[in-house]
Design a binder for this molecule. Structure first.
Ligand SMILES: [Fe+2]
Ligand SMILES: [Fe+2]
Length: 423
């Protein structure tokens, strides 16, 4: 009887016999069942995006066994890291199980290369919530006289121009070009692998003509919001972890949407980038009360937004949505920010589902706690509504990791890219 072994592409060797047709994750035919893999085909399989192949177990050799023995030890360690973190998720669900398997492989390879996972903080001793000040009301949180909720003039100018029926793309390009740091970041992003344009784009007006006015302004608004929060610090939250998570979420969102045929890179990237922005306002305006919510979430293993609702009578997705409305971001961005923990609130719109999934993936592929160790729960209906295939999970993780470092550098220079703490 034919016994199948699922073998990762980096463990494939010459002579292994395919037990099933080999396809790329997007369904393109590569090699037929029964074919023996040739040495010259091995590098090509990676180039074509093949992640793994079903091999006839009888054709596996000693070299493969040795490789497996070596990686098995690291995979075990990676699974130990992940087990606690997947506690809120149901590993019986196919997308969760597939993500877990690939995340374990992803961390196993990192461990094999000498990566030392940082220790997670201990659960704090119990905090008496009754001793903390009462939470602020939502209108109080969003008062416009604080730095974190009022944005710079360049932002206001762009929004005003977008409102004017006669404004031209040249005018918008002119306003953006006046802001040197915004221009530099935007051009670096447009020239990054995230877009993959051949040829260098060296002016805002050229970027506008290639991407379109709405697309470029979405990106400009996202960059401006991040810049506004750049010097924000909190005793509760490691800001470097926060921004790495946000960038990963943006990259996952735009990559997943791309797989679904929606190539609005800037919309999904910006939605992911800003999805947790409400958290910063809550931390800024009521740090003590927020520490109570963090303690409750850790002690009771609650998702953070649930603990926020219990302790603060609102949560970061609601505050983020209200901020996004106040800043007059597009309805799509408002949906993504406001419904990333409950996509059903946005009637399972594609944007809300994609950012919900992207957030969960960004947590799973990064070993650093964002207030909580646990990865948020994947809402299975959100996954089903998108029509995403589990075959795309591994190539998506690969794609995001390929782009991640460069995008972090564009936003934050070298300071937030240390591998020691990046999962
Ligand atoms: Fe969130
Ligand atoms: Fe998040």
């Amino acid at each position: 009887m034919l016994v199948l072994a699922l073998v990762y592409v980096d463990a494939l060797t010459e002579g292994m016999i395919l037990a099933e047709d080999l396809l790329t994750p997007t369904g393109r035919f590569v090699l037929a069942a029964g074919a023996a893999i040739q040495a010259e085909q091995l590098p090509l399989l990676r180039t074509w995006g093949v992640i793994e192949a079903n091999i006839d177990e009888a054709s596996l050799d000693d070299e493969y066994d040795q490789h497996q023995e070596l990686i098995a030890e690291y995979t075990k360690r990676a699974e130990t890291l992940l087990n606690r973190r997947f506690a809120l998720n149901d590993l019986e669900q196919e997308p969760v199980a597939t993500l877990y398997r690939h995340a374990a492989r992803f961390f196993a390879v990192k461990l094999q290369r000498g990566w030392e996972p940082p220790a997670f903080p201990e659960v704090p001793t119990s905090i008496n919530l009754a001793d903390l000040p009462a939470p602020l009301s939502v209108p109080h949180l969003l008062r416009g006289d604080v730095d974190v909720v009022s944005l710079p003039t360049v932002y206001t100018h762009i929004v005003e121009l977008l409102d004017e029926p006669n404004s031209s793309s040249t005018q918008i390009a002119k306003v953006i070009s006046k802001d040197a740091s915004l221009t530099v970041r935007m051009l670096r992003l447009v020239n990054s692998p995230m877009y993959g344009f051949s040829g260098k784009i060296d002016s805002v007006s050229r970027a506008v003509s290639l991407l379109g006015t709405n697309e470029l302004t979405t990106l400009a608004l996202g960059i401006t919001v991040v810049r506004q929060f750049e010097n924000f610090h909190s005793a509760q939250l490691n800001m470097e972890s926060f921004w790495r998570h946000s960038i990963r979420c943006g990259l996952f969102a735009k990559t997943l949407a791309g797989h679904l045929g929606d190539n609005s890179v800037e919309k999904y990237f910006t939605g992911g980038l800003l999805h947790d922005i409400g958290r910063l306002v809550m931390l800024d305006r009521m740090p003590l009360q927020y520490s109570g919510a963090v303690a409750k979430a850790r002690q009771e293993q609650l998702p953070m937004y649930r603990a926020e609702q219990d302790c603060l009578k609102t949560d970061h997705s609601i505050i983020g949505k209200l901020l996004a409305e106040k800043w007059r971001l597009s309805p799509a961005l408002i949906r993504m920010i406001g419904s990333h923990h409950s996509p059903r609130l946005a009637r399972y719109s594609l944007e809300a589902c994609v950012v919900h999934i992207a957030d969960m993936f960004a947590h799973a592929c990064c070993h650093e706690p964002l207030l909580l160790i646990e990865i948020p729960k994947l809402e299975l209906q959100a996954w089903t509504e998108t029509g995403l295939s589990t075959e795309l999970i591994a190539p998506t993780i690969q794609q995001v990791e390929k782009e991640f470092k460069e995008i972090v550098q564009i936003f934050f220079g070298n300071t937030k890219t240390e591998e020691s703490s990046v999962g």
